[in-house]
Design a binder for this molecule. Structure first.
Ligand code: NAP
Length: 299
């Protein structure tokens, strides 16, 4: 059967399209459930190809009841590295030998790598997010940041910003969950996710980071209820969502003349950090960004 190149891009994304996979080929990949929408294979295979590495990155669909077996399989087959995505980021911890400080504090793992014979869990979402901010020209040191959400990505963002001595403000639909997070990450103040409650603090905020799925495709017409019009003109607005690339939330921020940063950059730099853990090499970031954009554009 003839493949549709846009819908099934894996063959052209192989490290060696001529089919040179051999006994030396090193295998990395991503586990999740479901996994078919992952953009990571395109990004990492493009990077391997650009550096001439005999590596391949594969998506593995692993339902929760097979997680134990998947990690045993990684050990047995000595896969070089794995990314871990929903729903395994917390559950996977119990199968590992060690955690990095970031993974321990965030309480979730998105990258597995080997340190000698030890299987280590890391969280590159935090470092990836900070790197995306830096590359965009925002230095978080000492800034006042409003984080929207209290799930896994909010935890990574709060950890990253706490390392930068930023002043943290938090809002979430379930206020109790926000209060719990606030005790873990030295948050200054917690607010209900309501425009009236947020309005008074907005003029002190330098950066808003949206960490919920509201506005993600296919419900791209939605946006979180944040009174962006009350931000000072120098403020930045970031959305972790990357489908669509330009969410309704970000478009509204841009229309107010605010600086914006979309989720694709965090996805890129968390991937770049994982790449370093596995290969020890400088990742070809531009190649990886192009691969991600091609994937998103073809959807
Ligand atoms: P999660 O752990 O499931 O967290 C969900 C959070 O969103 C919770 O705070 C939840 O509030 C809130 N929420 C969910 N539905 C809501 C609604 N209808 N109204 C208001 N709040 C709502 O998810 P996550 O892993 O943090 O991911 C959040 C988003 O970030 C997703 O869109 C994901 O794709 C994106 N993300 C992007 C990257 C990247 O590299 N760019 C990385 C990770 C995640 P309650 O506590 O009240 O339930």
């Amino acid at each position: 059967m003839k493949r549709n190149a846009a819908k099934h891009p894996l063959p052209s994304a192989l490290p060696d399209p001529e089919g040179f996979i051999d006994s030396e080929t090193q295998v990395a990949g991503v586990i999740g459930y479901p996994i078919r929408h992952t953009l990571s294979p395109a990004m990492h295979n493009a990077a391997f190809r650009a550096l001439g590495l005999n590596w391949i990155y594969l998506p593995f669909e692993v339902p929760p009841e097979r997680l134990d077996g998947a990690i045993k399989g990684m050990r047995g087959l000595r896969l070089r590295g794995l990314n871990v995505t929903i729903p395994h980021k917390v559950e996977v911890i119990r199968y590992l030998d060690e955690l990095t400080e970031a993974a321990r504090r965030i309480g979730a793992v998105n990258t597995l790598f080997w340190e000698d014979s030890h299987l280590v869990g890391d969280n590159t979402d935090a470092g990836g997010f900070l790197q995306a901010l830096r590359q965009a020209g925002f230095d978080a040191k000492g800034k006042r940041v409003l984080v929207v959400g209290a799930g896994g990505s909010a935890r990574a963002v709060l950890y990253a910003l706490s390392q930068q001595d930023a002043y943290l403000f938090l809002t979430n639909r379930s206020i109790e969950k926000a209060r719990q997070l606030a005790t873990e990450f030295a948050v200054e103040q917690v607010y209900p996710l309501e425009p009236y409650a947020l309005h008074p603090v907005m003029n002190q905020i330098d950066l808003v980071i949206h960490c919920t799925p509201v506005g993600m495709a296919p419900e791209a017409e939605k946006e979180p209820p944040i009174p962006l019009e009350a931000l000072p003109p120098h403020a930045w607005v970031s959305d972790l969502i990357y489908r669509p690339l330009h969410t309704r939330f970000l478009r509204r921020a841009a229309s107010l003349g605010l600086h914006t940063l979309g989720g694709l950059e965090m996805l890129l730099y968390q991937g770049a950090e994982s790449f370093v853990r596995w290969t020890g090499l400088v990742p070809p970031v531009e190649v990886m960004r192009r691969a991600l954009l091609e994937q998103v554009d073809s959807e």
